[in-house]
Design a protein around this ligand. Structure first.
Ligand SMILES: NC(=O)c1ccc[n+]([C@@H]2O[C@H](COP(=O)([O-])OP(=O)(O)OC[C@H]3O[C@@H](n4cnc5c(N)ncnc54)[C@H](O)[C@@H]3O)[C@@H](O)[C@H]2O)c1
Ligand SMILES: [Zn+2]
Length: 372
């Protein structure tokens, strides 16, 4: 008992996020729920704590989570699914917060996947003009990507994440144990964002994922910890330099031009976000190959590694539909085709002059490859 407590305590890693507007720790490890009250100094404050989660996650982890707190926190629920990441839910939940007595000193905990995190962060950003919140991400994608960096928001009918705010959490607790209940497909989908992290900025992470896919997919805690820690470090480093995405942060969008287009062209139903990004990275790789920002050997390693974390669901779309969706990507500056390309493995460049022809070739290539 004593030894296992000790192991748990010593195995917590802390990654600092330091941006122009915020400074907070991301904790990665096992058994982290128990750490939340102490590390957020809740025990002495007497503050009210509100947990936003989904019924599914609460059914799996709620008992353990609540047991970590000296006083049972009030729990608010967001139904599962991207279609609930909407302003209407923010308004409903804000009303519930008022009714439950939340004030400006209350703490909101977003406990769930990226949807709970994005909406919870946004709710915290605007409730009484902003309250403190912490992220306790429970999907791999949320741990390595969405919980870090301060982007919060909800969807409009016109598109995803079109309403939002930068509002950083005051801490992130990425508990690896929660991943044990994550559906396999969700795990794989999140891992594509970690492969992305490796390709654009961390050759060691890429190499580790290249050579350890079986161990990682078997959810070995040490392997997952390594992948998650490195991915968060990469994102924290980038966001620390460019919080508002005016420069370097754009590299995080590697694979996302075609990835978003594939999601849109397939009605957001066929593929998970990470799966679409995996296809998007493969498409972008074709442009990188033609421009020789990556060599054939590097491209082959990238492709092999992505496919090792598959299977990637197949899909059908027309090239026109895909290109139209790629053209409407909100991340493109008017009149110029901005695109992130890998520069070998472990580095990336943002180019502003990708031609229609290059886009068409990449679209045709990926559609051919993904055909059922
Ligand atoms: N803010 C950002 O910077 C950022 C970055 C990337 C993605 N995002 C957003 O993240 C969202 C996607 O997040 P996601 O992939 O985590 O999806 P999600 O929140 O929908 O979670 C995926 C599924 O896994 C279930 N789940 C979550 N944790 C579980 C667990 N531990 N055990 C069992 N089941 C569990 C959920 O109930 C859900 O069904 C999108 O809305 C996307 O726009 C935001
Ligand atoms: Zn993404």
């Amino acid at each position: 008992m004593f030894y296992s407590d000790l192991t748990l305590k010593t195995s917590i890693r802390t990654i600092p996020v330091k941006t122009a507007s915020a400074h907070y720790p991301v904790y990665v490890g096992r058994g982290l729920f128990a750490e939340i009250p102490r590390r957020t100094r809740l025990t002495r404050s007497g503050r009210r704590v509100f947990v936003l989660t989904s019924p599914e996650i609460w059914a799996l982890w709620g008992e353990q989570f609540a047991a970590a707190f000296p006083d049972a926190p009030a729990v608010l629920f967001l139904p599962v699914g991207e279609r609930f990441k909407r302003l209407a839910q923010v308004e409903r939940l804000a009303g519930e917060l008022v009714a439950a007595g939340a004030d400006r000193s209350s703490l909101l905990i977003a406990f769930g996947g990226g949807i709970v995190g994005d909406l919870g962060g946004f709710l915290a950003a605007i409730y009484m003009r902003g309250i403190e919140y912490i992220q306790v991400p429970t999907t791999l994608l949320a741990q390595v990507d969405s919980s870090v960096g301060g982007k919060t928001g909800v969807n409009l009918t016109a598109g995803k994440n079109l309403i939002g705010s930068f509002h950083h959490p005051s801490a992130v607790f990425a508990d690896i144990d929660t991943l044990q209940t994550l559906p396999e497909r969700e795990l794989r989908a999140g891992l594509f964002e970690s492969i992305k992290a490796g390709i654009i900025r961390d050759a060691m992470l890429f190499r580790f994922m290249e050579h350890n896919s079986e161990t990682i997919l078997a959810r070995d805690a040490a392997a997952l910890e390594r992948v998650i820690t490195a991915s968060i470090r990469m994102k924290a480093g980038v966001v620390g330099i460019d919080e508002r995405e005016s420069g370097l942060r754009m590299i995080l969008n590697f694979g996302h031009t075609f990835g978003h287009a594939i999601e849109a062209a397939t009605g957001y139903r066929r593929l998970l976000h990470g799966e679409a990004i995996a296809w998007g990275m493969l498409a972008a790789l074709q442009i990188a190959l033609a421009r020789e920002t990556a060599g054939p050997d590097q491209a082959e390693r990238i492709e092999r590694t992505i496919l090792a974390y598959g299977p990637l669901p197949l899909f059908r779309a027309t090239a026109d539909k895909l290109l139209e969706a790629a053209g409407h990507d909100k991340k493109n500056r008017a009149g110029r085709r901005r695109f992130v390309l890998p520069k070998g493995i472990g580095d990336a460049v943002v180019v502003e002059d990708v031609t229609d022809e290059e886009m068409e070739n990449a679209a045709r290539w990926v559609l051919e490859k993904a055909r059922e």
